[in-house]
Ligand binder design. Structure first.
Ligand SMILES: Cc1cc2nc3c(=O)[nH]c(=O)nc-3n(C[C@H](O)[C@H](O)[C@H](O)COP(=O)(O)O)c2cc1C
Length: 215
C-alpha cells in the first residue's frame, strides 16, 4: 500500500449516538424514514436529500447520486432523464436500491425495491416548480450520451432558449420521475465500538416485519 492508502486505512472514529431499538421504532418504514429525515434536517445535515441510486443491467452494476423529491406510502421519488443510462437500466431491470448517509447523526438508510415511472401529471407538476435554468438544462442535455464538447451543450442551451422565448417551458417527454416501492428498508445507527444498531423492515405479503441484524 502507498502512504495515502495507509493513511486512509488508519482513519478511525467512534460513533456515539442515542439508543435505537425495536421497542421505539415506528410500525412502518415510511413513518420511521419521516422521523429520521426530519431529525437530519434539524441537525443541519448537508444534502439531506442526496441518495445513491444503484441499478443493474446484465449483471453489471452502477451507482450515482440523485435527489429525493418526495415520499409517501407508495414509495420514494426522484426525477431524471428517461433516456439516461440509469433509466435504460431501470427499463431493462426495474429493481433498484437507494442509500442515504447522514453523517451528522451517524445514520445510514438502505432502501430496496421495485421501480416504476411516476405519472405524467406528477412529472409535469414537479417540472413546473424547477428553476428555468434547470428546465432548459433538462431539454438541452442528452444525459449519459457521449458529447463532442461543452460548446455543443451550450449551443443546445441557446437553441432551447430561442425556441421557447419567454413562454413557459413544458416538461420534456423524455424526462420525469421514477418511484421506488420498497420491499426492504434498513435503518442503521452507528454506535460505540462498532456495535451498531441495524433495524430492518421486510415486507411480507403487505405486512411489515421488523428484525434486527448483526452489525
Ligand atoms: C448531489 C447530486 C445530486 C444529483 N441529483 C440528480 C438528480 O436528481 N437527477 C439526475 O438525473 N441526476 C442527478 N445527479 C447527477 C447524477 O449523479 C448522474 O451524473 C446523472 O444522473 C447521470 O447518471 P447516469 O448516466 O447513470 O444515468 C446528481 C448528482 C449529484 C452529485
Amino acid at each position: 500500500m502507498n502512504e495515502l492508502s495507509q493513511q486512509i486505512a488508519q482513519l478511525r472514529r467512534d460513533y456515539v449516538s442515542r439508543l435505537f431499538d425495536e421497542s421505539q421504532v415506528a410500525g412502518d418504514p415510511f413513518e420511521q424514514f419521516k422521523l429520521w429525515i426530519e431529525e437530519a434536517i434539524q441537525a443541519e445535515q448537508p444534502d439531506v436529500e442526496a441518495m445513491t441510486l444503484s441499478t443493474s443491467a446484465d449483471g453489471r452494476l452502477s451507482g450515482r447520486i440523485v435527489l429525493l423529491k418526495g415520499f409517501d406510502a407508495r414509495g420514494f421519488v426522484f426525477f431524471t432523464n428517461y433516456e439516461s443510462r440509469k433509466s435504460r437500466e431501470l427499463d431493462a431491470h426495474p429493481q433498484a436500491a437507494l442509500t442515504f448517509y447522514w453523517h451528522t447523526l451517524n445514520r445510514q438508510v438502505r432502501i430496496e425495491g421495485a421501480v416504476e415511472k411516476a405519472s405524467r401529471q406528477e412529472s409535469e407538476d414537479y417540472f413546473r416548480t424547477r428553476p428555468r435554468g434547470s428546465q432548459i438544462g433538462a431539454w438541452a442535455s442528452p444525459q449519459s450520451d457521449v458529447i463532442v464538447s461543452r460548446e455543443m451543450l451550450e449551443l443546445r442551451v441557446a437553441e432551447i432558449e430561442a425556441r421557447f422565448g419567454d413562454s413557459e417551458i413544458p416538461c420534456p417527454p423524455f424526462w420525469g420521475g421514477w418511484r421506488l416501492s420498497p420491499i426492504q428498508v434498513e435503518f442503521w445507527q452507528g454506535r460505540e465500538s462498532r456495535l451498531h444498531d441495524r433495524i430492518v423492515y421486510q415486507n411480507e405479503n403487505g405486512a411489515w416485519r421488523i428484525v434486527r441484524l448483526a452489525p
